[in-house]
Design a protein around this ligand. Sequence first.
Ligand SMILES: NC(=O)c1ccc[n+]([C@@H]2O[C@H](COP(=O)([O-])OP(=O)(O)OC[C@H]3O[C@@H](n4cnc5c(N)ncnc54)[C@H](O)[C@@H]3O)[C@@H](O)[C@H]2O)c1
Ligand SMILES: [Zn+2]
Length: 389
Amino acid sequence: MVCQKIRIAACLAGATRRRMAMPEVAQVIQVPGLDYDIVVGHRGIVDIPNRIQRVVDADRAVVVTDDVVGPLYARSVVESLNNVGMEAVLISVPPGDSSKSMAQAGRLFDALAERQHGRDEPIVAVGGGVVGDLAGFVAATWHRGVPWIPCPTTLEADIDASIGGKTAVNHPSGKNLIGAFHQPALVCIDIDCLDTLSGRDYTAALAESVKHAIIHAPDFFVWHEQNAALIVQRDPGVVEELVARNCRIKAEVVAADMRETASQNVGRAALNFGHTAGHAVEAYFEYRLRHGEAVALGIVAALDLAVRHAGFPEGDRQRCERLMAELGMACRAPERFEPEQVIERLATDKKVRRRHVRFVVPTQMGSVRWLESPPRADLARALDRIQPD
Ligand SMILES: NC(=O)c1ccc[n+]([C@@H]2O[C@H](COP(=O)([O-])OP(=O)(O)OC[C@H]3O[C@@H](n4cnc5c(N)ncnc54)[C@H](O)[C@@H]3O)[C@@H](O)[C@H]2O)c1
Ligand SMILES: [Zn+2]
């Protein structure tokens, strides 16, 4: 495991204390192999403009957001950049995954061209994973790469999308098909932004947190069990610890396999646990489920395969489902689906190698391996677990 150096200015010991105190100073997460800081804190102490000025040598920036997040947060980021002498403009896209498009990327390229956006000038993304992926893709390709600074405002983006340098837009034939690896220059997470996030988006993103715990950190899984009620109540101290610990885990996993090229072991692809069946179910329901909601179903299905084929203990499978239910996540699909159609969609998953479907499955809490081409009957059985009663 990659060791990590973390400067945490406040003591986070006693994670199970009944109401977690908020650290007075931002946490700066640094992981060897990852060339950027991940700053986690609440309003005021994150201090986005000054942190940006420390990592880029520029006096202009473009801030990208969506029409929901603009008035809530991005406009004030622009103002605060202007206040420290950095000339910033705001570009907003409509909310929703349809903005991860070549059309919106083209709009951003036009704006950059008009401004003569230079090589050292950052693109700051204030928003959820959609804004981050779009702005990151544009930053990856403009001048073959300009500094990209995600300031995520959803839990999904805090704990997953902003870290690891995967950027992409969608093609009509599939999600995230046009993309590039481009590491951020800095990630600034103001967890106070989560105050306005819908309960549905918050709960859905917890699937990624449970995923991180299962694949990488058994102690973090226990932490979820001990703090489930406070996580559901969005206790500020617990949410801050949840975000920081997830960031560290994701950063460690990606730093060990930056471009997902590990062949001997699962490497970064471990992060795809729950995503094989999850993506198929997400597509089957035509993206009416939140991504995290589909991932939760994918985790339930993959755990069934893990018990059958990878020696994952049945007791731990039950613990996982119990925790997910305690966190308010649905472990069954919203309506019955055609298993054969979902199985067909599995064959188009990105993890397919030479037409063999591959799943990431845990062998025990904290360890995963590949499962190649499980028998069709077992796939059907695993999917049956997520059929509603
Ligand atoms: N690059 C990666 O590694 C990676 C990882 C995970 C997900 N993703 C991508 O991220 C996207 C999903 O991200 P998401 O779940 O953040 O969705 P999103 O960006 O669509 O945000 C969800 C909704 O919440 C609104 N919103 C954002 N912040 C808010 C706030 N603080 N208060 C109120 N409303 C707010 C948005 O306007 C949007 O309507 C997908 O496109 C997915 O492919 C990428
Ligand atoms: Zn995901």
